[in-house]
Design a protein around this ligand. Structure first.
Ligand code: G4P
Ligand code: NA
Ligand code: NA
Length: 193
């Protein structure tokens, strides 16, 4: 097990409905030393890749992206979620459907902060169905920028997002892939990587 898998094993809580709570170190309270290890590991995995900018999505991707950005020495842009916006042409917009929350959101990024030809690394905390990530990919494409890779903290391997994104040909690195969870026993099973 790597450092993140060990931490999930130790402090993660398995809830009913295949939900993994990581509030005590990642999603609410944040263990900055752990985030530093994650940033270092993303840098190691994407060492051969040109990265001009990290793109993430509010809220819980931001902390991870910011610490990772220190290892890449690049700025972070976070996409904002809104329910409805006045389209003034200054924004890239993508529709994102949340299975968990059963709603549709718009994800927006100002055209000022993402430019044609920029090399982008996407970072997020969770990958489940991948809807949020698809929104970010759409925004990078709209900008004419290049998605060089995707770094995820925790991928839920039993949901479809990871498979879809890899099948599209993207380089996706997840620090921990959870293949199964059992709320009764609290067991988390990780995929061998
Ligand atoms: P998707 O983007 O992968 O399709 O995710 P989905 O709609 O299924 O999930 C909605 C939200 O729930 C996302 O956060 C996602 O990160 C988060 N999530 C999914 N599964 C888990 C889980 O097992 N544990 C935890 N802690 N979170 C999970 P969000 O609401 O869009 O963003 P944020 O504001 O929390 O960052
Ligand atoms: Na998130
Ligand atoms: Na979240």
């Amino acid at each position: 097990m790597n450092f993140l898998e060990e931490r999930i094993q130790k402090d993660g809580i398995v809830k009913e409905g295949n939900v993994l709570k990581v509030d005590s170190f990642l999603n609410h309270q944040m263990d900055i030393r752990l985030l530093e290890q994650m940033g270092e590991e993303f840098k190691r995995r994407f060492a051969d890749v040109q990265v001009d900018k990290i793109l993430t999505i509010e809220a819980s991707g931001i902390g991870i992206a910011c610490i990772a950005a220190r290892y890449f020495d690049v700025p972070v842009v976070f996409a904002k979620k809104t329910q409805s916006i006045n389209l003034d042409g200054e924004m890239y917009v993508a529709e994102v459907e949340s299975f968990t929350h059963k709603c549709k959101n718009q994800v927006i990024v100002s055209k000022k902060f993402l430019k044609e030809g920029e090399h982008v690394l996407l970072i997020d905390d969770f990958l489940a169905n991948g809807c949020a990530l698809q929104g970010l990919l759409s925004i990078v494409a709209q900008a004419g920028a290049i998605t060089e890779g995707i770094g995820i903290a925790i991928e839920k391997g039993f949901q479809s997002g990871g498979r879809i994104i890899r099948n599209l040909g993207y380089r996706l690195e997840s620090l921990a892939i959870v293949d199964a969870m059992d709320a009764e026993t609290g067991t988390v099973t990780f995929r061998e990587q």
